[in-house]
Structures are given as structure tokens and as C-alpha cells.
Design a protein around this ligand. Structure first.
Ligand SMILES: Nc1ncnc2c1ncn2[C@@H]1O[C@H](COP(=O)(O)OP(=O)(O)OP(=O)(O)O)[C@@H](O)[C@H]1O
Ligand code: SF4
Ligand SMILES: [Mg+2]
Length: 400
């Protein structure tokens, strides 16, 4: 890749831009074969480990660092081994979700928010996508799992039962050919073996009511296409919460809905979370939603956490230049602006990340130290951490 870059620069100097672009995008058939052979070797090994039978409990049983947390992500690395190279979609992410709290995860498109969520659910597209390093500690009442090492058979019990995911598009979770009621029944049945059919149906109707659908008996008998977008989203939430999960992961849960319905769904999520005593990891582009819902905020950039803290710390004292840019690009009714601010430049190529701060090429505050290695994380307070050389006099954090 280095040689190719040198060649690219030489061509650019000669003014032959088209030839340069063609060259940097070109991978020979021989190179492709080599990359895909190497990829297969790596992913086969991960799959072999994953597909073992009778994995001893000691391999995936763990201990929470802090028993007040329901989830602790520690140096998570999730890569995609693709034909054009390794995409480090999540590159050393660490954060916690305390019991009963809502943690908002923000960052621009492609920064690894969904891949982090899918890693927690063990739903990353395999075999090319793999959790290659790190721990995902998840606490149930009597057991703490390291999800990164938990065998698939146990994961099926955790998914839906202990952790539920709400997606942006409800039709990805609802099956168009089955009635809504039946689909919720199925989830309840799967996780409550002893229940009779009547008990299951009663619980489904109760869930449909709980998500604010008035005509619960009618909706029980309807197909997903007979519901409006907002109702479908509610039905999906009913399905996700049917088993009173300890953790709800909501990935852009309201992006496809109009603003008033968005507010209702968010309100509903908040109420239900308290009712079933759960915690939420909320992924969204919408800083307004985060401000309203989140107790803690995690800011991601190019597969890493660049800043995290309580919602108050992040909104009132954003420190990382990327977070500051993000806040400045947020529309506000009490600020008159000609144009909304947008952060200049773009995210580096995920296959070929630089060996310095990933934000440097867009950063207006870059200085000498930024030419060095990727910045470590500095602690501003017990909760507020930032990965930027401007805060070197903060205490260097051991985690994150
Ligand atoms: N199946 C896949 N194969 C290869 N690369 C992938 C795959 N899924 C995700 N990626 C890459 O991983 C990176 C992170 O993607 P991710 O979906 O987590 O972004 P995101 O932060 O959720 O973005 P958005 O806000 O647009 O949903 C991106 O560079 C993406 O191209
Ligand atoms: S480390 Fe340097 S380049 Fe990176 S965000 Fe901070 S000031 Fe900008
Ligand atoms: Mg996403």
C-alpha cells in the first residue's frame, strides 16, 4: 500500500489525476487472491473456536468490574476481513452502561455504532466480521457473561431474553406474512416454556396495550402492513420488551418516523425502561434526543471513543474538537444562524487508518503533539474522559 501511495503522489505531481485515481483504486487479481486467502485463514480460525462443542463455562464466565453496571465494554475490536483489506469498524472501544441508566452513543455515519451494538448481540455478519479482541461483560441476576467468548447456544438465551434490540426499520424485525400478535406470542413462548396458550395471548395483549396501542385485540389479529409506521415501531418495541430484558439496545429507533411520533416513542421507551427496571443503550444521530434521554454520552469517531461523560459534561463542557463540532452543527431554536455548521473534511479510509489522531486532518486545533501516535485517553473527572492531546494535564486514563 505504501508503494502505491508513493506512486499515487508521483502521478499527481505530474498532473495526471485520472491515472492516479485509477491506480489507487486498482487491486490486481493476484493481490485479491492473496488477501482473500489470508482472510479465510484468519476467519476459519475464529469460526473453529466459535463452533467448538462443550466450551467450558470458565471460558466465558466473568466478573463485572463494577457490580452497578449491566454492561461493560472493554477494548472491543470488531473487524471485517474484506477483499479490499481489513476494516477496523470498532477499534478499541470501551464504555459502560450502569444499571437503570440510559447511555447515548453518537457519532457520524460509519463510525462503528451499529457494529458495536451488533457485537453485543453477537449478530455481526460472519464469517467476515469478527470480534478479534476485547471483552463484553454482561451481568444477569446470577451470572456475568463475557459475550465476546460466549458460545452461540448460550447467546440464544441471552438475546431477546436478557438483551433486546430495536432497529430503525421495524420491517426488518417483523415478518410480513405473520400476524403481529402471533409474532409477539412466539417471543413470549420461546422464553417462557411453561405458559399455556391463553396465558401467552394475555401477555401479548398486555404488551400491545403497554406500548400505547388502544385497539390491542384488533392489532393482535393484524398483519404488519396493516399498521402505520409509528404503530409498527410500537409493535416492535412490544416484541423487544416482551421478555423484560435487562438491556435494551435501540439503534436509531425513530429515524424513520416523523417528529411528533418520534417524541411519543421516546417517551414510551423511557417509561417502559423504568417500568421493567431496564437500561438503554441508545444509538442516534439526533443530539436533541440524546439530550432528553441520556444520563451518559459516548462520542465515537472512526471506530473509537473520542470522548465520554455524563450528559451534563458532554453538553455543557464538550472538549474534543470533534464533539465541539458536533455540538455546533446541532440546530437550535435560540440561536440565529445563516447556515448550520458542518465539520469540514471527511473520515479517513477505514481500511487504511493513519498512525496519528484520526481527527487530525479535519482538526482546526491540531498542534505539534498531534503528529505523534494516536492520543491516549485523559481523565478530566471520574466520568469525563477525552482522547485529545490538548488535555494532557488531565490524568491519563487506564481504561478507554
Ligand atoms: N458487513 C460488513 N462488511 C464490511 N464492512 C462493514 C460491514 N458492516 C459494517 N461495515 C463497516 O463498518 C464501519 C462501521 O459501520 P456501522 O454500521 O457500525 O456505522 P454506524 O456508525 O452505525 O453508521 P450509521 O450512522 O450510518 O448507521 C463502516 O465503515 C462500514 O462500512
Ligand atoms: S489530538 Fe490533536 S488533532 Fe486530535 S483532536 Fe486533539 S487537537 Fe485535534
Ligand atoms: Mg448504524
Amino acid at each position: 500500500m505504501e508503494d502505491k501511495k508513493g506512486f499515487f503522489n508521483k502521478l499527481l505531481k505530474k498532473g495526471n489525476k485520472n491515472a492516479a485515481i485509477k491506480n489507487i483504486n486498482y487491486i490486481s487479481a493476484k493481490e485479491l487472491r492473496k488477501i482473500s486467502k489470508e482472510n479465510r485463514k484468519v476467519t476459519d480460525e475464529f469460526e473453529r473456536l466459535r463452533n467448538r462443542k462443550d466450551v467450558p463455562e470458565s471460558e466465558y464466565k466473568t466478573k463485572m468490574k463494577n457490580p452497578e453496571n449491566v454492561l461493560e465494554i472493554d477494548d472491543l475490536n470488531t473487524y471485517f476481513f474484506t477483499d479490499i483489506g481489513t476494516v477496523k469498524a470498532v477499534d478499541g472501544v470501551s464504555f459502560e452502561v450502569p444499571k437503570g441508566k440510559t447511555v447515548g452513543v453518537v457519532g457520524e455515519s460509519g463510525c462503528g455504532k451499529s457494529v458495536t451494538a451488533l457485537s453485543i448481540m453477537q449478530l455481526v455478519q460472519r464469517p467476515q466480521g469478527q470480534v478479534v479482541k476485547g471483552e463484553i461483560r454482561f451481568s444477569t441476576d446470577d451470572f456475568a457473561y463475557d459475550i465476546a467468548k460466549t458460545p452461540t447456544e448460550h447467546m440464544q438465551k441471552i438475546r431477546g431474553n436478557e438483551i433486546s434490540m430495536i432497529f430503525q426499520e421495524p420491517m426488518t424485525s417483523l415478518n410480513p406474512v405473520f400476524k403481529v400478535g402471533m409474532q409477539i406470542d412466539e417471543v413470549i413462548e420461546l422464553h417462557n416454556e411453561g405458559m399455556t396458550n391463553e396465558e401467552v395471548k394475555a401477555r401479548t395483549i398486555e404488551m400491545i396495550k403497554m406500548v400505547g396501542i388502544a385497539n390491542s385485540d384488533g392489532v393482535y389479529e393484524m398483519y404488519p402492513h396493516e399498521l402505520s409506521g409509528g404503530m409498527r415501531q410500537r409493535a416492535m418495541i412490544a416484541m423487544a420488551l416482551a421478555c423484560t430484558p435487562k438491556l435494551i439496545i435501540a439503534d436509531e429507533p425513530t429515524t424513520a418516523l416523523d417528529v411528533t411520533i418520534q417524541a411519543q416513542i421516546m417517551d414510551l421507551l423511557r417509561q417502559l425502561k423504568d417500568k421493567i427496571n431496564s437500561s438503554i443503550m441508545l444509538i442516534t444521530h439526533d443530539l436533541g434526543v440524546i439530550a432528553e434521554m441520556a444520563d451518559y454520552v459516548v462520542v465515537m469517531y472512526a471506530g473509537r471513543v473520542v470522548e465520554k461523560g455524563t450528559a451534563d459534561e458532554i453538553f455543557h463542557n464538550p472538549l474534543h474538537p470533534y464533539t465541539v463540532g458536533l455540538m455546533a452543527s446541532k440546530p437550535s431554536s435560540n440561536r440565529r444562524v445563516e447556515r448550520l455548521y458542518s465539520i469540514p473534511g471527511s473520515v479517513p479510509n477505514p481500511v487504511n487508518m493513519p498512525n496519528y489522531c484520526y481527527f487530525k486532518d479535519r482538526c482546526s486545533r491540531a498542534f505539534g503533539a498531534c503528529n505523534g501516535a494516536y492520543p491516549p485517553t485523559f481523565a478530566i473527572s471520574d466520568t469525563h474522559k477525552v482522547a485529545c492531546y490538548h488535555y494532557m494535564d488531565g490524568k491519563e486514563g487506564q481504561d478507554v
